[in-house]
Design a binder for this molecule. Structure first.
Ligand code: CU
Length: 492
């Protein structure tokens, strides 16, 4: 039986049959105890758990055994972020929850082929696409009972878009700007750089960065008050029922990206069979654990989902979505050959607060002038430039920083919005914690800056200044950055 995931906006809501069954099933899973692997709290803990925080918010009783003896305990905090397992891990995670919900729904007399819907927030043919769907806001269900979908801590925004604490917009730029899944270190790829089993690895891929991270922060709210919205914190995020519709859309964007035959999906053995020795483990509807590898999530494989559309709100044109998947191993060079190199870096660590810190970076080797990226260059650019925030640490569950690039000595306030990039650092505290699986080395984030550099009005295009600050409207929890580096990738 095929389960087809539908756009929530196409279900005839609010409170379509699909969404009413979702709400009822979420309510059922929420009534199950923590030591039941099909419970809402156990499944949420697979993504991430902050035990004292959960107890303080009454999500679990203080009597929950800890650590839970047996094989359950080491499966918590399993979510894979900032690396190339982000997409396949979350695909398996969606499959597991969907199977558990659908099992209960079918036994209760609901549709046999029930599937999770997705939130198609970047569908520009639907003016309401960015609004949080009504089913997640209504305090009660149509029958008057309490609505489990509204039972979550969130920030004040009810529509996705720039906020005072996150002055950036969600876009579909990842869908076409990155044509290769695996990032060469220092540059962006669609699916992130090579990583091992890691809750927070080395760097976000383009899809993970935007829209994934931005949506988390927009729904979760800022970090100026405690407790924060659940979506802001990976140790709470999966408890919010909207998480699953967001992640279905992120997953659909990947499926759409793969359907463009000019895009190159990773299938090297280290990705496909990875990670090892720690493997991804999910519960089934009977409460037994099963293991999966990314290979099983690829199109045609058992964990691959079916969507009603791969073109609506995905940035992939119908003609491109041929369904022919091009796959290569990491050892192959990216399409068109190419190489990447470090071309410049800041000389000291930065402490980021509300008032901008500045660092100038001189670029050599594959510099803007060497790549024809400078404004004065004749002819098309032959490469792309990427700015990396390396070793980013902070105490807040997630963080947001603004980066403005100018010519050296220029006033950042005079630089337009086109010279500003906003980076959402989902999971900052987890990546910083020395106790965490990542050992406290922090996060790295990569942003493409080719266009900014091309537009700089400067005598020397190979030198620029980065101004880094926390957004005015968010919290003021300090963030440190070990190094800002610039990498270049030559097209051919
Ligand atoms: Cu997420």
């Amino acid at each position: 039986m095929t389960r087809t995931r539908m756009d929530i906006a196409a279900l005839g809501g609010p409170w379509s049959d699909t969404m009413e069954w979702y709400a009822r099933a979420v309510g059922e899973l929420r009534s199950r105890p923590f030591d039941d692997r099909t419970s809402w709290v156990y499944i949420g803990a697979l993504h991430g758990i902050d035990r004292p925080g959960w107890i303080a918010q009454g999500i679990v009783p203080s009597t929950i055994p800890w650590p839970v003896p047996g094989p359950l305990s080491d499966r918590y905090n399993q979510c894979q972020h900032a690396g190339w397992f982000f997409l396949p891990w979350h695909r398996g995670y969606l499959f597991a929850l969907e199977a558990i919900l659908a099992d209960w729904i079918a036994r209760e007399g609901g549709p046999e082929d029930w599937a999770l819907p997705y939130w198609n927030y970047l569908d520009d043919t639907n003016p309401d696409a960015r609004d949080i769907p009504q089913e997640f806001l209504d305090p009660t269900m149509p029958d008057g009972s309490a609505n489990p979908l509204a039972d979550a801590l969130r920030g004040p925004a009810t529509r996705l878009g720039p906020q005072s604490w996150i002055p950036a917009d969600i876009t579909l730029s990842a869908q076409t700007s990155e044509t290769v899944y695996t990032a060469i270190p220092g540059t962006l790829g669609y699916g992130g750089p090579i990583s091992g089993y890691s809750q927070f690895g080395n760097g976000y891929g383009a899809n993970e960065s935007n829209p994934h991270n931005l949506v988390h922060v927009m729904i979760g709210g800022d970090n100026s008050s405690a407790p924060q919205g659940w979506m802001y914190d990976p140790n709470f995020a999966a408890l919010d029922p909207i998480f699953w519709l967001h992640h279905c859309n992120v997953d659909r964007l990947w499926e759409a990206w793969m359907s463009d035959p000019t895009h190159v999906q990773e299938i090297g053995a280290a990705w496909r069979n990875g990670p090892f020795p720690t493997q991804f483990t999910m519960p089934d509807p009977a409460g037994s654990l099963w293991v999966f590898v990314p290979d099983e999530t690829l199109p045609g494989a058992p964990l691959a989902p079916t969507y009603d559309s791969l073109t609506s709100g995905t940035g992939i044109a119908p003609a491109a979505a041929s369904g022919t998947i091009v796959m290569v191993t990491t050892t192959s060079p990216p399409a068109g050959g190419g190489r990447a190199a470090l071309v410049g870096a800041s000389s000291a660590a930065l402490t980021v607060t509300r008032s901008p810190v500045h660092t100038s970076i001189r670029m050599t080797d594959l510099s803007p002038s060497a790549l024809g990226v400078a404004a004065s260059a004749a002819g098309p650019a032959t490469g792309r430039l990427y700015l990396n925030l390396e070793g980013v640490k902070g105490k807040s569950p997630s963080g947001v920083v603004n980066v403005i690039l100018t010519a050296p000595g220029a006033d950042p306030n005079a630089a337009g919005p086109d010279a500003t990039r906003t980076v959402a650092l989902f999971g900052l505290a987890n990546a910083t914690s020395a106790e965490g699986p990542h050992g406290g080395s922090g996060l790295s984030a990569t942003i493409e800056i080719t266009d900014i550099v091309r537009n700089l009005q400067t005598a020397n295009p190979d030198e620029l200044e980065a101004h880094v600050a926390l957004p005015e409207g968010g919290g003021d929890s300090e963030i440190t950055i070990e190094r800002i580096s610039i990498y270049a990738r030559r097209d051919q």
